[in-house]
Design a protein around this ligand. Sequence first.
Ligand code: SF4
Ligand code: SF4
Length: 113
Amino acid sequence: MTYIVTESCIRCKYMDCVEVCPVDCFYEGENMLVIHPDECIDCGVCEPECPPEAILPDSDTEAEKWLELNREYSETWPNITRKGDAPADADEFKDQSGKFEKFFSAAPGNTDG
Ligand code: SF4
Ligand code: SF4
């Protein structure tokens, strides 16, 4: 089991999740984060910390389609261990749907670098 990040994270990046993860298993893209499924210890503390409720356990039916994305990009994006600055317009995108099609970027992020 693992927790994963869904498209609800895209363009939010509040990063409250990063602060609480005991094993630093979040990885940063240009406009969203993912969890490394093999590093997550399934503690669940990040889930209630996420304002747009982007984090789900992989037992959730919604989670299935995001698991591979989390696996794929956690192998290539940089690890993130510190909370960065959320984008100024993050709240505007918090409740939007279909964000993957509209905004997903495969480019890596660089908050820690
Ligand atoms: S708190 Fe939620 S929306 Fe924010 S970066 Fe973490 S997973 Fe993404
Ligand atoms: S469930 Fe725990 S180990 Fe997994 S990403 Fe969230 S805080 Fe980290």
